[in-house]
Design a binder for this molecule. Structure first.
Ligand code: ADP
Ligand code: ADP
Length: 245
């Protein structure tokens, strides 16, 4: 019943001919309806694991071994680039750390939502736009205004909230969030976490949230996976892990 099953995943970065393992034999299940928090010290492999779920590990990294099975899709580590583009952003919604999100600086946000819909074969583009507007408003943004804006007209916090709109607008079943609220002040952060929870619950999603913030973990994560040195060293209900550290 797990929607995503990571099995014995190994990801290496190759530097000057030597392969450095960033993820070493990691296994993890993401179940429907559950939010899993992925925590661990900086450099422990959290982002690399999150990127692997999208088969989007950047050069000079590569998935060296293991499998990532997603229900209805198959093993994403074996998908062609074309097949992967189709599921990335639609079946698998994602918000990467700010530097890795690729908003287009030359197009308004609304135009980019339309591009996203077109490239995933969405027929009813007006409905897509109104869904984007609705999501933006739930995130506390002025929907019409933000859809007419260019990236440079928006603050870091607004861009981060829009990243979540992009991730959700095509009705993804799996949501992968890497530090999605770091650019937000405490009040907006707490509001956005509430919306993530609501949208997650309404749509029975399988959600992974990478964070170093134990406040985010205790507010949002049903389960917790702890990484250390590329391995998942603990995995269980958040309440149990926080009670017996
Ligand atoms: P975390 O998200 O937990 O901070 P990362 O997945 O970013 O960890 O990094 C895991 C390991 O992989 C670290 O040793 C890091 O230095 C290395 N690494 C990450 N990205 C790259 C990259 N683009 N090139 C080379 N090494 C990288
Ligand atoms: P591309 O053709 O650029 O690979 P898509 O067709 O999937 O991307 O999406 C169209 C545009 O929507 C992208 O160029 C990008 O500007 C924006 N976009 C898509 N997904 C995201 C996201 N998760 N976060 C931020 N922007 C996104």
């Amino acid at each position: 019943e797990a929607e995503v099953r990571v099995r014995d995943l190994r990801v290496h970065y190759r530097i000057n001919g030597t392969e450095y393992p960033a993820v070493a034999n990691a296994s993890l299940d993401l179940r429907r309806g559950e939010i899993t928090g992925l925590v661990g010290e900086s450099g422990s492999g959290k982002s690399t694991l999150a990127l692997s779920l999208m088969n989007a590990v950047p050069e000079p990294g590569r998935i060296a071994d293991g499998a990532i099975h997603v229900d209805g899709i198959g093993d994403v580590t074996t998908l062609s680039a074309k097949a992967m583009r189709e599921v990335r952003g639609s079946a698998l919604g994602y918000v990467f750390q700010a530097s890795q999100n690729s908003m287009n600086p030359l197009k308004t946000i609304g135009k980019q939502i339309l591009d996203l819909g077109r490239s995933h074969g969405v027929k009813d583009l007006p409905a897509l736009l109104s869904r984007a507007k609705q999501l933006a408003e739930r995130m506390g943004l002025d929907g019409n205004r933000v859809l007419d804006s260019y990236q440079h007209e928006l603050s870091g916090g607004m861009r981060q909230r829009l990243g979540i709109v992009f991730a959700l607008v095509l009705n993804a079943k799996v949501l992968i969030l890497d530090e999605p609220t770091t650019a937000l002040d405490v009040l907006s952060q707490s509001a956005v976490l509430k919306i993530i929870r609501q949208v997650h619950d309404e749509n029975n999603l399988s959600t992974l949230i990478v964070t170093h913030d134990m406040g985010v973990v205790s507010e949002l994560a049903d389960n917790l996976a702890v990484m250390y040195g590329g391995r998942i060293v603990e995995h269980g209900p958040t309440l149990d892990l926080l009670r017996n550290p």
